[in-house]
Write a protein that binds this ligand. Structure first.
Ligand code: FUC
Length: 349
């Protein structure tokens, strides 16, 4: 096993570090201090061929304020806050509207994704890891409170990559962090993810309005949103039902049936090469985004990213929960400790 600070590079004149974590089974992950991001995730297939299973930019500078959030940590809030507004303890807050001037997306202009995080690596007999940390000042992007956060990535020999999210604040605020990796289990993006199978242990999803804001909790039964039994992602992706709810594919929150870290809430599998990704989480929901709006991203190896060539599995509190009674509001108060976990387990079947 090893945890290695591989190199420093530069993004927008800032010095950023790249860290490699490797286990004893040929699984490795490259992380970056800018955005506390996953840059690359290498794992073997059924025949032992080691390939990258996330989208990676060819050039590191492309991560600068990257609007696709490749592998990055999103925050303070992940997803969209409707009209960039919320009320907390009787006060109105107006966030930066970094999406079309209508919504706050993934925490705004200077969100967690675009910070160069501090970090410390660690290693023991069974695991290697890196703890990233950063601070967001009071009223940054319009959010109240000075917030200190940590995201720790730990890789072990059971082929699990654990993400632990921690945070504290000095005033009541919102906090809802996720990782925005784009998975493609075929390896080096050989095939679209429409040919991969998805299982979501969630009987309900959140319907969206034209600004992609959640407006209604609905049952998945008899809709294209039903992944309660494993289904090819491509099976219903072009259905008219889906087209009426979001452009070009899936981009919705599912409410998970339980918050059990010992039971996979989501399973992505590629029957062809045998790679399987099991996701366990303490978060109540997952936003599934099927890379519906590629922006000519130049990927490692010289390929241009194409629609549906990846899937994001963004475990989090329901986005915009603060504005929707009955959902998790994502409020963090002084004295409370934010503590959520997501485990990506890499299997071969
Ligand atoms: C996701 C989506 C969006 C978006 C973005 C980069 O989480 O919900 O629609 O384009 O990521």
């Amino acid at each position: 096993m090893k945890a290695l600070i591989e190199k420093t590079s530069s993004i927008n004149a800032q010095e950023v570090s790249i860290i490699l974590l490797e286990n004893n089974n040929n699984i490795s992950v490259r992380l970056m201090s800018y955005g506390a991001a996953i840059l690359e995730l290498l794992m073997p297939d059924r025949d032992g061929k080691v390939e990258n299973i996330v989208l990676t930019y060819e050039n590191i500078e492309e991560y600068n304020k990257c609007s696709t959030y490749f592998g990055m940590i999103c925050g303070r809030t992940s997803g969209r806050i409707g009209h960039g507004q919320f009320v907390l303890d009787g006060r109105n807050y107006a966030l930066n509207k970094n999406e079309k001037g209508i919504t706050n997306l993934h925490g705004g202009v200077e969100g967690f994704s675009f910070k160069n995080w501090g970090f410390e690596t660690f290693q023991n007999d069974n695991e290697v890891g890196v703890c990233f940390s950063t601070t967001s000042p009071d009223m940054e992007e319009g959010y109240p409170g000075k917030v200190q956060v940590e995201v720790t990535y730990t890789l072990n020999n059971k082929n699990e990559l654990k993400l632990e999210y921690k945070g504290e604040t000095d005033k009541a605020t919102l906090l809802n962090m996720t990782n925005h990796s784009y998975f493609n289990l075929s390896g080096n993006y050989k095939k679209p993810i429409t040919e991969e199978e998805l299982f979501i242990d969630g009987d309900r999803f959140i319907e969206l309005d034209e600004d992609m804001i959640g407006v209604d909790v609905k049952g998945v039964k008899e809709t294209p949103m039903d992944f309660t039994k494993p289904k090819l992602i491509g099976q219903d992706i072009n259905s008219s039902y889906l087209k009426n709810h979001s452009a070009n594919g899936y981009d919705h929150p599912w409410i998970l049936n339980n918050r059990d870290i010992n039971k996979p809430g989501i399973i992505l599998s590629d029957k062809n090469c045998g790679r399987v990704l099991k996701v366990y989480t303490t978060y109540p929901s997952v936003v599934v985004y099927t890379y519906n709006y590629p922006k000519n991203e130049l990927l490692k190896g010289g390929v241009i990213g194409d629609m549906h060539y990846a899937i994001c599995l963004e475990t989090q509190y329901e986005p915009n929960g603060i504005n929707y009674p009955g959902l998790n509001d994502g409020i963090l108060k002084p004295g409370e400790k934010y503590n959520e976990k997501t485990i990506f387990k890499f299997c071969i079947e």
